[in-house]
Design a protein around this ligand. Structure first.
Ligand code: NAP
Length: 548
């Protein structure tokens, strides 16, 4: 391995590894490779670190997971010095945290900002990746690692007439850094996923009128946010290792207790008590700490869905609005449930209007607003909170060209094939942090596991003189089969109305299949560890001859 050096990227430079993206994944990966003594370069399209937390600056953006498992635990320095202020940290705080991580771990010197990678091509003769930026600069690297994120390619539907709108248009996923003054404006919001649900209560008191265009209502679970006091922070600091260990032993990579009974197996009274306690605790605790069969048993899921609908009806005073806000034609968990911070309560305001656009959506955007059937809504501002081309969006938008000229997006045209979501046959020495077919789980924990695993794989290759780490065809066929099996065992693909991103169903023309592994992050982490301990079986049999 070459010695770590610092300095600006100069076209033509060779690195041990090129990493794309400087969010949680890219920063974690860079740190681990630095620890191996490798010379790496991160290329980042934004002007700073943060990834998702750099771009998603919309009002109300905050984590849906609690701070103590929505962070890295591998750095003693970082965890002992950083203090979180809220149970669910807001976007500016998560961004400051990642900036702190980069500064503490001395990562900025190895990151080229404002630089997009447009192409990466594997050179089979030299066993090198040739990487090209959008400025035409080229670099070579032995390893290419994607840290581009799973929900990082915004999807904006091409609604008829959108170009004719004379007002201002914003996307939650690319919210202007300088902010937007919505005071006294007539604002239309399209999209009520996790992003839309967060922005509604924050902008409602500021705007003149807010029109929420809803196609599919969500099961929004109350979050219950509050400040982190010194005592809590001290207790968390003392237990970071245990928290991480507990999270990696959980199906969703959260340090939660695992419920031992199903909702259908207890009395109605007990069910109500447990659901109520979970609701009060808030957020993912309702989904994950109440009963063990909400994602797998229809009857139990129906109890949870009924409970949430009841909460909506109790909260929203106008019965017509309440009924429109109740999801009815797909199960709880059929979409990723957003965390709410006064979402349903906001619909009791006189200036918040719910526009039902089912089933056909918005008919037209005009110069002055939005038309749905006979109704024309006059607007000054239109906000798109319409989601992302998840899991594969970033990876298929640049030309990643492997062996024999095979382009990654073409490889996946007829169905996803990866080895544990980490590597792909035909793409030697290419790793993905959270590629498609990785677990549906709390991401920072999954990322920490993935960057640890990839750095072990790289160290294994370097130590054993393996020129190419490359997934075998057999291993990725087996993984595709397992991803399908695990997904089919859940009820999460049910409900035609649920255009869930984890099924690729929110993007017109995208193949409908599980883009994530539903068999449990704990099972997945265990399998990854076994693979590593068994000499990375399945990850280098397809390799070229070992380096001489
Ligand atoms: P999303 O959950 O995919 O929601 C997109 C919304 O846009 C849906 O309501 C969708 O309606 C609507 N939509 C899309 N195309 C439309 C069209 N042509 N006309 C009308 N409505 C349209 O996207 P998201 O809210 O950005 O969240 C995506 C994921 O990002 C979340 O599930 C979560 O994993 C992550 N996220 C996390 C946080 C957090 O943790 N705090 C915050 C934001 C996002 P349909 O449902 O009818 O398709």
């Amino acid at each position: 391995m070459s010695k770590l050096t610092t300095g600006a990227a100069t076209s033509g430079t060779h690195y041990d590894a090129v990493i794309i993206g400087a969010g949680f994944s890219g920063l974690g990966m860079l740190h681990h490779l630095n620890e191996l003594g490798m010379r790496s370069r991160v290329f980042e399209a934004a002007s700073g670190v943060g990834g998702t937390w750099f771009w998603n600056r919309y009002p109300g953006a905050r984590t849906d997971s609690e701070f103590y498992y929505y962070s890295f635990s591998f750095s003693r320095e970082v965890r002992e010095e950083w203090k979180w202020s809220e149970r669910y940290p807001a976007q500016p705080e998560v961004l400051r945290y990642l900036e702190f991580v980069a500064q503490k771990l001395d990562l900025n010197k190895d990151i080229a900002f404002n630089t997009k990678i447009s192409r990466a091509q594997f050179d089979e003769d030299a066993n090198l990746w040739h990487v090209t930026t959008d400025q035409g600069e080229t670099y070579t690297a032995r390893y290419l690692i994607s840290g581009m994120g799973v929900l990082s390619t915004p999807s904006v539907p091409n609604i008829k007439g959108v170009q004719s709108f004379k007002g201002s248009i914003y996307q939650t996923a690319t919210w202007p850094k300088e902010g937007v003054d919505l005071t006294g404006k007539r604002v239309g919001l399209i999209g009520v996923g996790a992003s839309g649900v967060q922005i509604v209560p924050v902008i409602a008191p500021v705007v003149k009128d807010l029109f929420v265009f809803q196609r599919t209502p969500n099961y929004v679970v109350a979050s219950s946010n509050y400040a982190v006091d010194d005592e809590w922070m001290t207790q968390i600091r003392a237990n970071y290792d245990d928290i991480h260990k507990q999270a990696t032993a959980h199906g969703f990579a959260v340090p939660f207790a695992k419920p031992s009974v199903g909702a259908k197996d207890v009395s109605a009274q007990e069910r109500e008590r447990v659901f109520e306690a979970g609701w009060k605790e808030g957020g993912f605790h309702f989904m994950l700490e109440t009963f063990n069969d909400l994602a797998t048993n229809e009857e139990s899921n129906a109890y949870a869905s009924d409970f949430i609908r009841q909460k909506i009806r109790e909260t929203v005073k106008d019965p017509l609005k309440a009924e429109l806000l109740c999801p009815k034609d797909y199960p709880f968990n059929g979409k990723r449930p957003p965390g709410g911070h006064g979402y349903y309560e906001t619909f009791n305001r006189d200036n918040v209007h719910l526009v039902d656009i089912r089933p056909n959506g918005i008919d037209e955007i005009t110069a002055t607003g939005v038309r749905v059937g006979d109704q024309h809504v006059e607007l000054d501002v239109l906000i798109f909170a319409t989601g992302f081309d998840a899991m594969t969006g970033a990876l298929t938008r640049i030309d990643i060209v492997g062996r024999d000229g095979l382009v990654l997006r073409d490889k996946w045209k007829d169905g996803l094939k990866t080895n544990m979501g980490l590597a792909v046959n035909g793409f030697p020495n290419f790793f993905m942090i959270l590629g498609p077919q990785t677990p549906y789980a709390n991401l920072p924990v999954a990322i920490q596991e993935a960057v640890g695993w990839v750095s072990r794989a790289v160290a294994f290759a370097e130590t054993n003189g393996i020129a190419c780490m490359e997934s075998s065809v057999e291993a990725e066929n087996a993984w595709a089969h397992e991803v399908h099996r695990a997904g089919s065992a859940t009820i999460m693909a049910q409900g035609g109305a649920a255009h869930a991103w984890f099924l690729g169903a929110n993007i017109p023309g995208k193949a409908r299949e599980f883009n994530v592994y539903m068999g449990g992050a704990d099972v997945y982490f265990k399998q990854c560890t076994e693979i590593a301990e068994n000499g990375f079986v399945g990850f280098h049999e397809a390799a070229l001859a070992p380096a001489g």
